[in-house]
Ligand binder design. Structure first.
Ligand SMILES: [Zn+2]
Length: 439
């Protein structure tokens, strides 16, 4: 059930102390990490046609509403993988985003494709801190000023400083990030005189969200994305606020602000997370038509029976299945799958090839290397007994091999994986097909 969160008795005092200032209302509707989940999820929530329906219902008759999207529109379903993100961007043109920002996954088919996605978008996309070696911005513009209810809302886009670990050198080319908080503060200072409220639209980590609150007093509002779990309550500090909803189109956020146009800060806020539940709303017909068209393009390839699962599998359990499949199919002694790369759960009952695309939308390859027991990373060994002098084989994804020092990965450097065992998704489909029954 959605529920309003309210602040703050102290702010009432603030309001009365500034009766001369004009206070105007602003409503920010927001989404993040839609991840190409065109159709509803295993839990029956979400689906682009239902996301659009919720957005339109919330927007109907609203004179102070804007709609922001905090990155990762693509990557997460077969249609997105096969058509390199194009369908998600084409359909997103029907949502009416006032401003969007890039997520790391917008780079999953290389920066040239990122450019192509930006060309497809009929809505502005801003990222202030992804630059090339000569300082040019990949999005062209670092911010947008949106005018609504006689307010000028300056929206600055920001990408996580982890961008480096979330892509590979080939995918990002010469594009790299400038420090998120520092860059946002620079633009915020510049925009203060030209706007009535600064909003950072961010695809960042929870640590960076807290950094914004503690170290960016120029930024009163952050609309965030990247982590898919959403927040129970907004993060707040000194009257500043960060909000983020669930990914995969499971929720739309609604942040209602009263903005003091003199001080250029919100004097009060209410936030609610609106569930996108197809049982409670009719799909937006134009979006449903597009979803149907794109799903039909891939249905023959992915909507085929594959295996039976004896129970529903959580993401940690799916991770174990993937590691088992990697060991079985390559003959490796050990396998490691990074948890962030496991993109869905598995339902109980009939599994389709589509389910494997949903858990593994990436075109990752499986690589195998041979190492002395003493070289194996602890995260791989776990509590298994190993002989430090014996040789063992280890299977990982090419993404893990390229980012082995990153958090969530191997916590090591310099391991070489010379054997290429093929595309991971194909390997998983083959393994599930042979297993027939998954317990
Ligand atoms: Zn994401």
């Amino acid at each position: 059930m959605s529920r309003w969160t309210r602040c703050c008795a102290a702010l009432l005092l603030l309001v009365s102390a500034h009766l001369s200032a004009e206070v105007r209302s602003l409503t920010i509707l927001h989404t993040n990490d839609l991840h190409a989940r065109l159709s509803p999820l295993v839990d029956h929530h979400g689906g682009f046609a239902y996301v659009a329906a919720v957005i339109r219902r919330e927007r109907a008759g609203c004179t102070d509403c804007i709609l922001l999207n905090a990155g990762d529109i693509v990557q997460g379903s077969p249609v997105s993988t096969i058509f390199h993100g194009v369908p998600s961007y084409e359909i997103s043109n029907l949502f009416g985003f006032d401003v969007s920002t890039l997520g790391n996954h917008e780079f999953d088919w290389g920066w040239q494709q990122t450019r192509k996605l930006l060309e497809i978008a009929k809505f502005p996309t801003v990222t202030a801190n992804i630059v090339d070696d000569s300082g040019h911005l990949i999005t062209g513009e670092p911010y947008r000023i949106v005018r609504v209810n006689r307010l000028r809302v300056a929206v600055i886009g920001i990408m996580t400083g982890d961008f480096h670990f979330l892509t590979t050198p080939k995918l990002r080319g010469q594009w790299h990030t400038l420090p998120p908080v520092e860059t946002a503060r620079k633009y915020a200072a510049e925009l203060k005189a030209k706007s009535d409220l600064i909003v950072v639209l961010a695809h960042i980590t929870p640590t960076e969200e807290r950094e914004f609150l503690s170290s960016a007093p120029e930024v009163p509002v952050v609309v965030s994305g990247h982590i898919h779990t959403g927040m129970q309550e907004p993060l707040t500090h000194d009257g500043r606020i960060v909000v983020r909803v669930k990914g995969y189109g499971e929720e739309v956020g609604r942040l209602e602000l009263q903005v003091d146009t003199d001080k250029k800060v919100p004097v009060s806020w209410k936030w609610k997370r609106i569930p996108v539940d197809p049982a409670t709303i009719e799909p937006a017909p134009d979006v449903a038509r597009e979803v149907k068209h794109w799903e039909a393009e891939v249905s023959a390839r992915v909507d085929k029976p594959l295996a039976i699962s004896k129970h529903a599998f959580t993401r940690p359990e799916v991770r174990k299945l993937i590691e088992q499949a990697m060991r079985d199919e390559t003959g490796a002694d050990f396998a490691f799958m990074n948890y962030g790369g496991v993109r869905d759960v598995l339902p109980e009952g009939q599994l389709l090839v589509r389910n494997i695309w949903d858990i593994m939308p990436f075109d990752n390859r499986v690589l195998v290397g041979t190492f002395k027991g003493s070289q194996l990373p602890p995260v791989v060994v776990g509590d298994r007994k190993i002989d430090p002098d014996r040789e063992y084989t280890l299977a990982v994804s090419d993404f893990t091999a390229a980012n082995q020092s990153a958090r969530e990965e191997l916590g090591t450097t310099g391991l070489e994986f010379p054997r290429d065992a093929g595309v991971m998704r194909d390997m998983l489909i083959g393994w599930f097909r042979k297993k027939k029954v998954i317990e």
